[in-house]
Design a protein around this ligand. Sequence first.
Ligand code: NAD
Length: 235
Amino acid sequence: MNALSLHGAVALVTGAAGGIGQAICAALRAADARVVGADLDAGRECVPCDVTDREQLEALITRTASEHGGLDVVIHAAGITRDAILWKLADEDWSAVMRVNLDAAFLLLRAAAPHLRNSSRGSVVLISSINGERGKLGQSNYAASKAGLIGLAKSAAQDLGRDGARVNVVAPGFIDTAMTQSLPTEIRQRAIAETVLGRAGRPEDVAGAVVFLCSGLAQHITGQVLRVDGGQLMA
Ligand code: NAD
């Protein structure tokens, strides 16, 4: 059996219509998992779900687990930015980012916990960012939400670890997706110049790390942050 195989595992991915979310769904399917992708944008093989709406999220988890006979893998890739310099950052831009990026991860984990505790291979991956570790000009809301995911994951890893379920974080650097394509060329070039590999990451680079962390190869890895950033942040 392929060591990366997720044969028979049931996986739920938020942000599944996005660049990274789509690649994660494809990679999990390639590893033979049964994947339910959820996104605001319900096209492209996704079921509709606003992750900031607790009732929608809980209903999705209940439905997924009952239709597929359990839930083994949970990935939170939904995320937004609302960048502004600190003194111009509006209350609603702080809250909107926290709700999608961080609060939804908590709601997701809490609702999925009974299923993960029942699974023999429960695994969660939260998609953070290197900017959650180092901070970033004009991103105090985004960086705080992404740093929050790391604390959430390390605590949830302890809560769920007694039942054998694992919780890890993937922290991407600059990845070529819709989220970054709208950035000015100069900022994109600066980010690429920060990497030691001299290129932007691809969504598939992030997806590979996610599949690894959910697989049997990573069965003794929990509470960790794995950067997928081409060496953009080394500290
Ligand atoms: P993206 O904009 O292509 O995808 C994000 C997806 O999240 C979109 O499909 C969007 O519809 C969905 N989403 C937003 N709000 C939602 C909500 N309320 N309910 C359900 N879905 C919602 O961006 P991406 O680059 O694929 O980002 C994926 C994740 O990776 C995000 O968490 C992002 O912060 C993180 N990340 C991206 C980069 C990068 O350089 N692209 C770097 C570090 C971290």
